[in-house]
Design a protein around this ligand. Structure first.
Ligand code: GRF
Length: 224
């Protein structure tokens, strides 16, 4: 029997790499049919680089501080990514605003995870802001990357309760655990050819098994 095809994938990180770790675990457990061609960090000291090396995956550094401007860095990053010929680019805590040309280049083949129930709390510091807003539910969202910051179509989300006495740290830890469940799941859908981005720029939507992913479906789709 021939081995199942593994989707060539590049993962971008900036720091800790706990989502990378969850992805590596899923791959090792045969639950995720991707071949991680490289892990690339814009920060030379990102702890996640060690996780990649320990898993025998090429870990590369492209330090953004060595470039005079965003476009120069993004062009170099794009060339580095493309040297690995990925069919999917996974942003796993990659803390950079992306230039329009970079986003266009990976249109429909770049996923991100954001620590909130999008469209609520785009940007940074989401757990503190969720607590300040007094929401009773918080969570994480996997989405396709489009030109709107944290605004591309949501593919899958995980909801967690906000509990009495929560701090940004306790709430963040609960969300992170949920992230580690949903990111491998969404990547798996993409790798299996079940998930894709449709529509025109600025008016995109995500399809799972040919059906549009509506907000209701997003909320109930974990475990499909
Ligand atoms: C996660 O909270 C993710 O949602 C956000 O950045 C953080 C990355 O954490 N985009 P890690 O590096 O995967 O541990």
């Amino acid at each position: 029997m021939s081995a199942p095809r593994r989707l060539p994938t590049v993962i971008l990180i900036s720091g800790r790499g706990s989502n990378l770790h969850a992805i590596l675990r899923a791959v090792a457990g045969q639950a995720l049919p991707i071949a991680i061609r490289a892990v690339i960090s814009n920060r030379p000291d990102a702890p996640g680089l060690t996780l990649a090396r320990d898993a025998g995956i090429p870990a590369e550094i492209l330090d953004h501080t060595a470039f005079p401007d965003r476009q120069g860095f993004d062009d170099a990053l794009q060339a580095l990514i493309d040297s690995h010929a990925p069919e999917l680019v996974v942003l796993a805590g990659f803390m950079r605003i992306l230039s329009p040309s970079f986003v266009s280049h990976y249109h429909g083949r770049m996923l991100n995870i954001h620590p909130s129930l999008l469209p609520a709390f785009t940007g940074l510091d989401t757990h503190r802001r969720a607590l300040e807003a007094g929401v009773r539910e918080h969570g994480a969202s996997v989405h396709f990357v489009t030109h709107a910051l944290d605004g591309g179509p949501v593919v899958l989300e995980a909801r967690v309760p906000v509990l009495p006495g929560d701090t940004a740290a306790t709430l963040g830890a609960r969300v992170l655990e949920a992230e580690h469940r949903i990111y491998p799941q969404a990547i798996r859908w993409f790798a299996e050819g079940r998930l894709r981005l449709a529509g025109n720029a600025g008016n995109e939507y995500a399809l799972l098994d040919g059906k549009s992913i509506t907000p209701e479906l997003v909320a109930h789709s974990e475990g499909h």
